[in-house]
Design a protein around this ligand. Structure first.
Ligand SMILES: Nc1nc2c(ncn2[C@@H]2O[C@H](COP(=O)(O)OP(=O)(O)OP(=O)(O)O)[C@@H](O)[C@H]2O)c(=O)[nH]1
Length: 605
């Protein structure tokens, strides 16, 4: 029995135990504790004793993948040995290779000493950050190795219900880890500062332009700071130092995925231009919402499934952006490039998490750096979009101004035409109001108005004035025999004949039916002479009616201004003379010669 126990005890040293890793004073993190002896504690409940038993049973195997266990439940144990080959006592800092783990427990003893293992590290995400012996954003524990000693270590990597574990650790001397950590934090601070600046710029852009897209981008960029600082452990280190929980990583992830999806849908205008693909984006949004709820409720398995679905569907957005570019939306190609950068980073991360790609410095930082360049490129896409929209706006404004000027000139031209038309219409209306529509000479009202002026002038200045009343003889029979139209024609021709043979200053008008009146600024002799001349002109009128030439004559009564008070009185006198002319046989000029003249006063043949 004792022999058997000795064999079992020595077995690891003979067959299973891997060659110890030589460590010295200058350890720069290049050496890894390795994946040679790994054991999967499926339900995660085994303690050190049980892990040792599993080791002695030979259950520890090299990890088959490139670095990660893939998504697995429970815990993983790693066994390795470190040999101090420096010749003096060493203090080493052993750092977990990946971001964060739920819990890490490390035990050590001198190899082959048969001594009990001692705990050298106990790190838990749930513990306050101040509880960490080495204040580092990743799990680090300290190991002291006396000169020439080889230590055997058992490390437990606990991932709670389900998780991805990288069961290997970097070996550092404390100073090297410190300076590397400073450099790393400086680089990350630069990236976060960049995200933050982009967020602020976008916010200012949103406030000045009132563009919703700027606000979403601003939140998206800020969420990137949240998600990467949480994943990389800085939130636990600097912000939520006491009650950090793994679900905060899912929470930050859900928020950034939501923001990214909202931003993409808005930037690419998928609802309008690619409605079918937009349903997929909506599904992605619902999934991201689900992830948010799972994170809040701290449901590990569902969170992991949801985030996997979200990331698997991420490349779709680059495809949509490409389609939008093909539809003629120029900025979409820049967006497609940006999103592809992000997807590339996430693919690298996924490959690493699933154990297909080796875990190294480059693929560890690729995702946050790719994410940073994604945001920078999107910013450029927004810039191009804004520039294009501004140009379109300027062009539209220019076109609008030109059109406005053309319309204005058009309007002015139309107003001018209309004004001229209205003025002409007004003149016409005034003319029509003043003239007799049939003959075009003054009507009765304007004859009295115009004649009234002449009358008053003559009265005041004692100038001569005569008034002639003219009446076409037997006009009724012209109407009766030749028709009313011929009567009208006779009236027109008669008027024209008179107008043609009088002066411009004379006032001639139609005062009723076939009665006309003429005011002359002339003395008796001149007036009578004009009357006779007009009589002669009238007699010469020949009106063509139905092939017959029709002659007309007119009777004229003449009165001269003496002591009349108004033009009506003078007209009455002329009318008396006209009456006499009619009575005496028509076609003659009769002059009014005072009261009682009706018998014969001055008939002129
Ligand atoms: N065609 C036409 N006839 C008119 C117009 N105004 C009045 N008359 C006619 O003129 C005629 C005037 O007739 P009367 O007053 O009897 O005089 P007359 O026939 O000219 O006879 P004397 O004056 O005595 O020579 C009437 O028959 C009216 O109907 C008009 O605008 N057009």
């Amino acid at each position: 029995m004792k022999y058997l126990a000795t064999v079992i005890f020595l077995l690891p040293l003979i067959g299973l135990a891997q060659v110890p890793i030589d460590v010295g004073i200058h350890e720069d993190g290049q050496k890894l504790t390795g994946l040679a002896e790994i054991w999967h504690d499926v339900d995660g409940t085994s303690d050190l004793e049980q892990a040792r038993e599993a080791y002695l049973r030979g259950d520890y195997r090299p990890l088959e993948s490139a670095g990660s266990t893939g998504l697995q439940p429970g815990a993983f144990w790693s066994r390795f040995a470190l040999r101090n080959s420096s010749g003096s006592a060493l203090t080493l800092h052993i750092e977990y290779v990946d971001h964060q783990l739920i819990a890490l427990d490390a035990f050590a003893r001198e190899l082959a000493s048969g001594a009990d293992f001692e705990r050298v590290g106990r790190l838990s995400l749930a513990d306050p950050f101040s509880a960490r012996e080495i204040p580092h954003n990743r799990f680090v524990f300290e190991l002291t190795l006396p000169a020439g000693e080889t230590a055997e270590l058992m490390v437990r990597f606990g991932s709670d219900e389900l998780g991805v574990v990288f069961p290997s650790m970097r070996i550092w001397d404390p100073k090297a880890l410190q300076s590397s950590s400073k450099l790393e934090t400086g680089v990350m601070a630069f990236l976060f500062g960049g995200y933050f600046l982009m967020s602020i710029f976008a916010l200012i852009g949103g406030i000045t332009s009132r563009g919703k897209i700027f606000y979403i981008y601003s939140i998206y960029s800020a969420s990137k700071v949240a998600v990467w600082s949480t994943i990389l452990g800085y939130t636990h280190q600097y912000v939520v130092t006491d009650h950090f929980h793994w679900s905060y990583m899912s929470l930050a992830g859900a928020v950034t995925i939501l923001c990214g999806l909202l931003f993409s849908r808005m930037f690419l205008q998928t609802r309008k231009h690619t409605p079918r693909l937009d349903y997929l984006l909506r599904f992605m949004l619902v999934n991201a919402g689900f992830l948010l709820v799972c994170a809040l409720l701290k449901l590990t398995a569902l969170s992991v499934i949801s985030i996997t679905v979200a990331l698997l569907m991420y490349p779709l957005i680059a495809v949509v952006a490409f389609i939008r570019w093909r539809q003629g939306y120029k900025e979409a190609i820049v967006f497609a490039l940006a999103w592809s950068l992000l997807v590339l980073g996430l693919v690298v991360q996924a490959m690493r998490d699933l154990g297909y790609v080796e875990h190294n410095f480059i693929n560890y930082y690729w995702p946050p750096v790719a994410s940073f360049f994604e945001m920078l490129t999107i910013m450029a896409a927004i810039g191009i979009l804004v520039q294009r929209l501004r140009m379109l706006k300027e062009q539209a404004e220019k076109k609008y101004t030109q059109q406005l000027e053309v319309s204005k000139a058009d309007l002015e031209r139309q107003v001018q035409i209309r004004t001229r038309e209205l003025e002409a219409a007004k003149t016409r209306a005034e003319q029509e109001a003043r003239t007799d529509p049939l003959t075009g000479v003054f009507n009765r009202r304007s004859f009295f108005a115009e004649g009234g002026h002449l009358f008053k002038l003559a009265q005041r200045k004692r100038l001569p004035l005569s008034l002639l009343m003219l009446d076409i003889d037997h006009f009724k029979s012209i109407n009766d025999i030749h028709g009313h139209a011929t009567g009208d024609l006779a009236l027109r021709v008669f008027s024209e004949a008179i107008v043609t043979h009088i002066r411009d200053i004379d006032v001639f008008g139609r005062i009723g039916g076939e009665e006309f009146a003429l005011i002359l600024s002339e003395e008796r002799a001149g007036a009578l002479q004009t009357a006779q001349r007009l009589q002669g002109e009238i007699a010469r009128i020949a009106i063509e009616s139905n092939g017959v030439s029709l002659q007309i004559t007119a009777s004229i009564g003449v009165a001269h201004l003496s002591d009349e008070t108004g033009i009506e009185a003078l007209l009455q006198k002329a009318d008396s003379a006209l009456y006499l002319a009619k009575r005496q046989g028509r076609n003659q000029v009769v002059e009014y010669c005072g009261m009682g003249q009706a018998a014969s006063a001055g008939a002129i043949e």
